[in-house]
Design a protein around this ligand. Structure first.
Ligand SMILES: NC(=O)c1ccc[n+]([C@@H]2O[C@H](COP(=O)([O-])OP(=O)(O)OC[C@H]3O[C@@H](n4cnc5c(N)ncnc54)[C@H](O)[C@@H]3O)[C@@H](O)[C@H]2O)c1
Ligand SMILES: [Zn+2]
Ligand SMILES: [Zn+2]
Length: 342
């Protein structure tokens, strides 16, 4: 079978690999779609932590279930996606029902080889039913679940203002689940095109351009002087993360979905007087995947409109570099495997 290997930063190579064979507790999936996300782009650039090379990238996946062992209720030939965060099942986080932050976590396409390949073997326990969704939708479940998990962490109350900073694919998904949870989204970004996308496609009424406007004034006006009671970072930008502490209402929660490498710093007296709550949000759980799938089935969200670029597997090596250039306006690039029906 054919696989696309990232040999080292900046270098992809198509290579022929042995097709995986069925092992105990494993499932074999014939890959149909591979969504590209920032993690893949940064891995190719060589700027992503946790990566070693050579590595087969890709963790936003959907496909056809070929064979499986160790689970009930699945059928050979059905459309599936899976939880690409393989956990140990024994550590303190796993025992506490938080496999998404397992101490030994192995993320598919990050710590172990991922889905830019014709067939992949994954733990059967990670399988998720396709439930009548398209392969495109199924490949978008994972990035949406990241936002859904952040929103769950925030525990949004009906009608409260939620500032979502960063309108990339992760931020967009986050905004959808804020709306579904009954929150009023304020979208903030420095990219006016992306803010426009939020207004036109996501029914977001309030947008703030962090680059060109007085942010505090704008937020005061939108929230009638209260400031947002929930802030969710989906930028991963250190300045954005540090700045946002000052936008917290008294009693607010601040959830970091975005991730960056440095140390966060903020004024403790400011945080103290607000009795602020700071949380990180890592990966997602099966419950988040199920929530996303249920929302997709009920047509509460249509993430296929995030797909701005679409290529066949054979063209990825050639096209990948273009997706790094912000001028090309990529929100979500989707790879189609050969001969895959819509
Ligand atoms: N929680 C998780 O497990 C998880 C999973 C996947 C991705 N992530 C993280 O989520 C973050 C977002 O991912 P993405 O793929 O949507 O990224 P992206 O780069 O496509 O989007 C980030 C957005 O933030 C905006 N931005 C940058 N600096 C800003 C600033 N100072 N103020 C306002 N906006 C600013 C950019 O213009 C861009 O639109 C990344 O940090 C990524 O590592 C976290
Ligand atoms: Zn991703
Ligand atoms: Zn564990």
């Amino acid at each position: 079978m054919k696989a696309l290997v990232c040999n080292q930063p900046g270098e992809f190579e198509y290579s022929i690999k042995a097709r995986p064979e069925l092992d105990k507790g494993k499932a074999i999936i014939k890959i149909k779609r591979i969504g590209i996300c920032g993690t893949d782009l940064h891995a190719y650039e060589g700027t992503q932590p946790f990566f070693t090379y050579p590595r087969i990238l890709g963790h936003e996946l959907s496909g056809l279930l070929v064979d499986f062992d160790g689970v009930q209720g699945f059928n050979g030939g059905e459309a599936v996606t899976f939880l690409p965060y393989f956990n140990c099942g024994e550590c303190v986080a796993c025992r506490a029902g938080k496999p998404n932050c397992c101490t030994q976590i192995q993320v598919c396409g990050v710590h172990v080889d991922g889905g830019m390949t014709e067939y992949i073997a994954v733990p059967s326990s990670s399988l998720v039913h396709g439930e009548g969704l398209s392969y495109d939708e199924l490949a978008l479940v994972e990035p949406l679940a990241i936002g859904a998990h952040g929103v769950k962490r925030a525990d949004i109350k009906n009608g409260e203002f939620v500032l979502v900073i960063g309108a990339g694919p992760i931020g967009l998904g986050t905004m959808e689940f804020v709306r579904i949870a009954g929150g009023k989204t304020i979208a903030m970004d420095v990219n006016e095109h992306r803010l426009q996308f939020c207004r036109e496609n996501l029914d977001v009424r309030h947008t703030v351009n962090a680059g060109s406007e007085n942010v505090t004034e704008q937020l005061m006006q939108i929230t009638n002087g209260d400031m947002p009671t929930v802030i969710i970072d989906a930028t991963g930008n250190l300045n954005a993360i540090n700045n946002a502490f000052q936008y917290m209402a008294h009693g607010a929660r601040y959830v970091l979905v975005g991730l960056q490498k440095g140390d966060i710093s903020f004024a403790h007296p400011e945080f103290h007087k607000r009795e602020g709550t700071l949380m990180s949000s890592r990966n997602a759980t099966r419950q988040d995947f199920e929530h996303v799938i249920s929302c997709l089935k009920k047509k509460k969200i249509d993430p296929t409109k995030y797909i701005t670029h679409r290529v066949k597997f054979d063209e990825v090596k050639h096209e990948f570099e273009n997706w790094l250039n912000p001028e090309n306006g990529v929100i979500k690039a989707m790879i189609e495997m050969p001969n895959s029906p819509i």
